[in-house]
Design a protein around this ligand. Structure first.
Ligand code: PEP
Ligand code: MN
Length: 340
């Protein structure tokens, strides 16, 4: 950590800070500047750092204390420089192949989910998405069919040879959702639900941590760290757009988050251009942008009749549109050195 002394800190105060650090048993590397002094403290174990930082920050002669290691370890690139590939029952997420996850926003009926799943499978998707528990801003809007929807998802996915990704919102439901799902989705609204993150850290089912719509990349990686620290190594991230002042789009797609996450972390990163834009007409362009930026997966909403959808119809692609769109994507995927 680095201790930035306040402008005008006296020689005595500087000596006092150096003594505190050496008394704790760590080395000091001071740089005495004309205007101010900066003291590097070396060898401080990660576990003690927060405590020491706090006690130094409390001194009026100290302006700032900066921790130089990142606030996440297991999620950091250094931990697995070669990058992580998650095996979702034979379907890889991470690595050269881009994982295609598609399906309806929400499981409404068996027929609607089946029709969507068949079109997604025909286009090449091997992971079926669909909400059984729906997070809603309004308590009056549709909340999902719960376990009945999980059963439908599992049944349809098995009949086609697909895997299932679905959201879990309540720590008490983790075990139940694990019985049906191959990937547990942590929704944007729950990115800082630490009890839920800890709970999904206790299982081995892969987890997708969606970025909080308000969250900085560092906070998002710290959310992933909760799951990893719990002992579940199968964590992937999903950029799904963030809130800005723009209202034309539902969210603002942070495409730069994809290469940024690749620099900072070894975890696979998936793009969700459906929640990201809120507009069907923008989904294809954002999908292409995501592939060009290096996304390891795509999570896309597809509905047989978007005009009748209970949720997110405006951003859902039709089943007819999805297949040709994936065909148009293939040359780009190849140019980017990836496969689909
Ligand atoms: C969804 O995938 O349908 C969804 C609700 O996602 P998010 O949590 O990103 O809004
Ligand atoms: Mn949705």
């Amino acid at each position: 950590m680095i201790v930035v002394m306040a402008r005008g800190a006296t020689a005595e105060e500087i000596k006092d800070v150096e003594k505190r650090i050496t008394d704790w048993g760590y080395g000091v590397h001071p740089i005495y500047g004309a205007e101010r002094t900066v003291i590097g403290a070396v060898g401080v174990p990660e576990a003690d750092k927060a405590r020491y930082m706090e006690s130094l920050e409390a001194l009026s002669c100290v302006e700032q204390v900066i921790g130089i290691l990142r606030p996440y370890k297991f999620a950091s690139r250094e931990f697995h420089p070669e990058g992580t590939v998650i095996d979702v029952k034979g379907v890889p997420v991470g690595g050269k192949q881009i994982a295609l996850m598609a399906g309806p926003c929400t499981v409404e009926t068996y027929a609607q989910t089946l029709e969507s799943a068949e079109a997604c499978y025909a286009a090449g998707a091997r992971i079926l998405r669909g909400g059984a528990y729906k997070p809603s801003t309004s308590p009056y809007s549709f909340q999902g069919h719960g376990e009945d929807a999980l059963k439908m998802l599992r049944d349809i996915a098995d009949s086609l040879g697909m895997r299932v990704i679905t959201e879990v919102m309540d720590p008490r439901n983790v075990e139940l959702v694990c019985r049906y799902a191959d990937i547990l989705q942590i929704g944007t609204r729950n990115m800082q639900n630490y009890d839920l993150l800890r709970e999904v850290g206790q299982v081995k089912t892969p987890v997708m941590v969606k970025r909080g719509m308000w969250a900085k990349i560092e906070e998002w990686l710290q959310a992933a760290e909760y799951v990893l620290l719990g002992g579940n190594p199968n964590v992937m991230l999903c950029e799904r757009g963030i809130r800005t002042f723009e209202t034309y789009t539902r969210n603002t797609m942070d495409i730069s988050a994809i290469p940024a996450v690749k620099e900072l972390s070894h975890l696979p990163i998936v793009l969700d251009p459906s929640q990201g834009t809120g507009r069907r007409s923008l989904v294809e362009a954002m999908t292409r942008a995501g592939v060009a930026a290096g996304a390891d997966g795509l999570l896309i909403e597809v509905h047989p009749h978007p005009d009748q959808a209970l949720k997110d119809g405006a951003q859902s692609l039709t089943t007819e549109y999805f297949g040709p769109m994936i065909e148009r994507l293939k040359p780009l995927v190849e140019v980017c050195g990836r496969t689909l």
